[in-house]
Design a protein around this ligand. Structure first.
Ligand code: BGC
Length: 758
């Protein structure tokens, strides 16, 4: 009996063992290597690549709808969904139209425009921004966020400056990296745009930029390089313009040689929407995914449009008959698969969150830190809330919705606090806050199917509106004028540059009249780019408000009331006039049309390296407000810097420590800026260049020792004759200050050997 039981239990154990082995085998076969997250990324990529047919591969390199491209439904590789970017998650659009699809669950948080983020000079704000917008993109099941944008502000007229991070490559480089990392923490790819040299909007598809290599490497490519090499960006968007007579979206020099060659980028190059014009070049020159061709759904849709894409049937035909190489296609698909494993197929990625109180808080915090106090004579600001003051708010931008319009960054938001609402919420109990329109601008009530949350229709003339405002101003304690640009065509808007540096709609005249009527006039300028201020002498206080997103009004009011001590600094020079800008004085804008029957417009960047303050310094022009400028309600004193050069010989590292003291009565933050001046150099160099900064918060009487490291690469220039970065031996000066024109301290040191870098 016992023996029988033994036999049975042995048999059962054997069966169990056999079953387990079988099961494992079955599982092993069932789980292909590309689906096994324990397998190394590149092995998964190879495994998936070899399972795809030629046709499936070609399908993956071009769009299937306005914002999506296919994965492989056979292999369970999900579709790729793109979204604008860069200030919030765009509402869902129709399959093949820009118009929104009228979903009711896609109203997002509008974060401040990227100029405002750059004006915080605070990489922590950038991380908060990237994380928050990344969570929103993830929640909405997006694979790629089409942003951030880091094209350098070359001219104040560029319609898209508000989407970028200002004029300085170092500032933009430091600020872009945490944004990218924050987005990608969510398993959503950042798509850094527009690569490269898309510095204005007029003729954007046909402008051929002619720029020297020094300016290219030192000014225009730096922030992209930082996003790729330090931020680890998983995708990048080619731009509309041409460089060296080739579209940037399929440009051998920019994509193959620099991005993928020199910088070793292993991610995906996405075309700008409609930026592809040629199959042969698109096949060979570094483009991985084609979007937006022929299918704007408005003017030039075609039947079977997606099959006609340059990287669709025309590409497939050429691959079949051997004109295009399959190895070239495989390289594109490998990158796309890598993107899939990093995003949609990462089983560990978080789930995201959308339009949450935390995101509105983040938007407000960033806006508050980015607002720049440009002028504050006799301490007019902050407005004392204790007095029962009588405030008049004037200006259309105090009431209109500023989160929609402006092109692809237009949003449908869950919440938008207008400046008037913010000011009323802040001062309403203590003061009488009245409103006068003052002027009327373009009436935009609907954009891509999204309607304005406020009715801004107005039938009175500017004359009547101005008279009403001036009369009311005479009877007010304070007048807060909220104007600027408004994201309609030519006023901070994609596709259309501004016609001049001036404020539109008679605002200059109105501001002069208000200044004459009331000496307590505060101008809040809402714009993402510099504007001329011919009235500046007559206006005691000016705030630069940017486009501030969902919490615009609360952020502005908190600064006006002093609840928040302003700490933003300009990421761009505010010139007095266009002739003070290198691109306009020495370079070409918007370029010169060719006389050869083509539609190409050549644009020579003759000003070379001398962009923004680099030009102002060289030409000794006095800007209206210099790069790096921004006041506070307190004051800061800089002490003598202490320089450590002990690592200079070996590593080329200099460390500077400067004591900074809050000498005023309010807690506040100061951004200590460090500029490098090369006292003698073989090649011409700017008078000074930003190479370090640190923002510190100090209570009254508190002192902080601010340390900034200057590694040798920050001393280097790009030697275009040898195609290498060189820090030349000799004397350097480090200038430490509160703005590019408010240098408080300086130290000299000597580099006693040359350093060369890639
Ligand atoms: C813009 C891009 C944008 C894309 C998709 C293009 O017109 O230049 O920045 O991401 O459209 O909306």
């Amino acid at each position: 009996m016992k023996m029988k039981e033994n036999c049975i239990s042995k048999g059962l154990r054997l069966c169990a063992l056999i079953c387990l082995v079988c099961l494992n085998n079955v599982r092993g076969e069932e789980l292909p290597r590309y689906l096994d997250s324990t397998v190394a990324l590149e092995e998964r990529v190879e495994d998936a690549l070899h399972r795809l047919t030629l046709e499936e591969k070609v399908a993956m390199v071009h769009a299937q709808s306005k914002f999506s491209s296919p994965g492989s439904s056979r292999l369970g590789i999900p579709e790729f969904w793109m979204t604008d970017g860069p200030h919030g998650i765009r509402p869902e659009v129709m399959w093949d139209e820009w118009n929104q699809a009228e979903w009711t669950n896609d109203s997002c948080t509008a974060f401040p425009a990227l100029t405002c983020l750059a004006a915080t000079w605070n990489p922590e704000m950038s991380l908060l921004y990237g994380r928050s917008i990344g969570q929103e993109a993830r929640y909405r099941n997006k694979t790629v966020l089409l942003g951030p944008g880091v094209n350098i502000l070359r001219t104040p007229l560029n319609g898209r400056n508000f989407e970028y991070m200002g004029e300085d490559p170092y500032l933009a480089s430091v600020m872009v990296v945490p944004y990218v990392k924050g987005v990608q923490e969510n398993g959503v790819a950042a798509c850094v745009k527009h690569f490269a040299l898309n510095n204005h909007e007029v003729n954007r598809n046909t402008t051929n930029v002619i720029v020297d290599d020094r300016a290219l490497y030192e000014i225009y490519l730096q922030a992209f390089k930082a996003a790729v090499k330090d931020g680890g960006a998983w995708s990048i968007m080619g731009s509309y313009n041409l460089y060296k007579n080739q579209q940037a979206c399929h440009n051998k020099y920019l994509l193959n040689d620099i991005l993928k060659g020199e910088w070793g980028f292993d991610g995906v190059v996405v075309s700008d929407w409609g930026g592809v014009t040629d199959t042969e070049e698109a096949a060979a020159n570094g483009l991985d995914m084609e979007f937006g061709t022929w299918t704007d759904g408005l003017t030039s849709s075609a039947e079977n449009a997606y099959d006609r894409y340059f990287l669709a049937n025309p590409y497939l035909d050429g691959l079949r008959d051997g004109r295009y190489s399959v190895a070239g296609l495989d390289d594109k698909v490998r990158r796309i698969l890598r993107l899939a494993f990093r995003t949609n197929m990462d089983r560990n990625r978080p789930f995201g969150s959308f339009a949450t109180p935390d995101h509105f808080d983040a938007a407000r915090k960033i806006a508050q830190e980015g607002i720049v106090l440009l002028k504050n004579d006799a301490g007019l600001l902050p407005i004392d809330m204790k007095d029962s003051v009588n405030i008049l708010v004037v200006g259309e931008n105090a009431i209109r919705s500023m989160t929609f319009g402006g092109g692809s960054s237009s949003l449908k938001v869950k919440k938008e606090v207008s400046p008037l609402e913010g000011i009323r919420n802040m001062f309403g109990s203590a003061a009488n806050v009245r409103y006068a329109r003052g002027y009327v601008g373009e009436q935009l009530s609907e954009y891509n199917g999204v309607s304005s949350s406020v009715d801004i229709s107005e039938s009175r003339s500017n004359e009547e509106l101005s008279k009403e405002a001036v009369d009311m101003a005479k009877k007010s304690d304070y007048v807060i004028f909220v104007g600027g640009l408004n994201k309609t065509g030519g006023q901070d808007c994609e596709g259309v540059d501004r016609a001049s540096l001036d404020l539109p709609y008679g605002q200059n005249e109105l501001i002069e009249a208000l200044a004459a009527a009331n000496k307590n006039l505060i101008v809040v300028n809402i714009s993402g780019t510099p504007v001329a201020m011919p009235w500046i002498k007559n206006v005691p206080a000016v705030l630069q408000g940017w486009h501030l997103g969902s919490e615009s009004g609360s952020a502005i009011a908190s600064v006006l009331s002093g609840q928040v001590n302003p700490s933003g600094k300009l990421p761009m020079t505010f010139p007095r006039k266009l002739e003070d800008v290198g691109a306009h004085k020495s370079g070409e804008y918007p370029g010169v049309a060719r006389n050869d029957g083509s539609n190409i417009v050549d644009c020579r960047y003759n000003e070379g390296l001398f962009v923004g303050y680099r030009w102002a310094d060289k030409e000794k022009v006095n800007p209206l407000f210099p790069f790096g400028h921004g006041l506070s309600y307190t004051t800061f004193k800089y002490g003598k810097p202490d320089t450590d050069t002990s690592k200079l010989k070996e590593d080329g590292m200099v460390t500077v420590t400067v004591p900074v003291t809050n000498t005023g009565l309010k807690g506040g933050a100061e951004t200590v800026q460090l500029y490098v001046r090369d006292l003698k150099s073989t090649l011409p160099r700017p008078v000074k260049e930003l190479k370090g900064f640190r923002k510190v918060y100090l209570e009254p009487n508190e002192t902080a020792n601010v340390t900034i490291e200057v590694p040798v690469e920050k001393l280097a220039y790009f030697d275009d004759t040898r195609h290498r970065w060189v820090a030349e031996k000799g004397d350097f000066e480090l200038l430490i200050g509160s703005s590019s024109r408010d240098i408080r301290e300086s130290v000299k040191f000597t580099l006693d050997r040359d350093f060369e870098m890639e």
